[in-house]
Design a protein around this ligand. Structure first.
Ligand code: KIV
Ligand code: NA
Length: 269
């Protein structure tokens, strides 16, 4: 069974890899490729649920998807993202939601969009036995305050981020996502912390990288500038769907090999 100790041990030795996944077959593919961690991100809101932000994503949606991913993954560490309003106002509620992901859905850890309001929660969950991945920089659940702008661009904001990173490490976070921050700030935070940093839009100096799977494989119709398409799954799906339509319309599908004629039925009527 994968543990956060394996991830911490790899940091500094080799780059850590993480991708999101939201369903079992995708989790199988990611797991088979020896990706270290699979994040069941609330990015599912934009990536696969058709919302235009992560705010509407529910605990039930993350739970259902976390179960699917856990059943599809064998070796990768599965991390469930706590969605908007499932944490941050009272510890009991947050612990119940995080606990559900681990106890009922097979997650190995949770990720929490972090701030000064999540230090205590990080400590509580870590003590209980639920590893926490912290997340600083662009935190899309704050879209109504920050939009999707790069974070940590002023000296004051950069120092505040480093301080929050330290506080979460001290509280017991096993790792830290840095999203859409200057590469030199991510480098400093990576040097200053013992726990591994995982970057997205944060340059090459973090201990690991994460991308949203639909961006990475080219399934979505849009992706951020800091992402990269390593494939064209959308093009391949379009091709397959059109081929299916054409073959049904032309009568080519289903062919004899896809059909069965039961000779005994001659006398049925
Ligand atoms: O929800 C998500 O996929 C994330 C990653 C981009 C870090 O938070
Ligand atoms: Na997220």
């Amino acid at each position: 069974m994968p543990t956060v100790r394996d991830i911490r041990a790899k940091a500094g030795e080799a780059p850590i890899t993480m991708l999101t996944a939201y369903d079992a077959p995708t989790a199988e593919i990611v797991d088979d490729a020896d990706i270290d961690m699979i994040l069941v991100g609330d990015s599912m809101g934009n990536a696969v649920l058709g919302y235009d932000s992560t705010l509407p994503v529910t605990v039930d949606e993350v739970a259902s998807r976390t179960g699917a991913v856990s059943r599809g993954a064998e070796d990768a560490l599965v991390i469930a993202d706590l969605p908007f309003l499932s944490f941050g106002f009272d510890t009991k509620t947050a612990v119940e939601h995080a606990g559900r992901m681990v106890k009922e859905e097979g997650a190995n850890a949770v990720k929490i969009e972090s701030g000064s309001h999540t230090v205590e929660l990080t400590e509580t969950l870590s003590q209980i036995g639920i590893p926490v991945m912290a997340h600083l920089g662009l935190t899309p659940q704050h879209v109504n305050q920050s939009g999707y702008a790069r974070q940590g661009t002023s000296q004051e904001a950069a120092e505040e981020m480093l301080e929050l990173a330290r506080e979460h490490e001290e509280a017991g976070a096993f790792s830290l996502v840095l999203e859409h921050v200057p590469a030199n700030l991510a480098e400093t935070i990576t040097e200053e912390l013992d726990i591994p940093t995982i970057g997205i839009g944060a340059g090459p100096h973090t201990d690991g990288q994460v991308l949203v799977i639909t961006d990475a494989v080219g399934l979505g119709d849009w992706s951020p500038s800091f992402s990269k398409q390593f494939g064209n799954v959308r093009g391949e799906m379009k091709r397959a769907v059109s081929a299916y339509r054409d073959e049904v319309e032309s009568g080519e599908f289903p062919a004899d090999e896809h059909s069965h004629v039961e000779e005994n039925l001659d006398d049925v009527y």
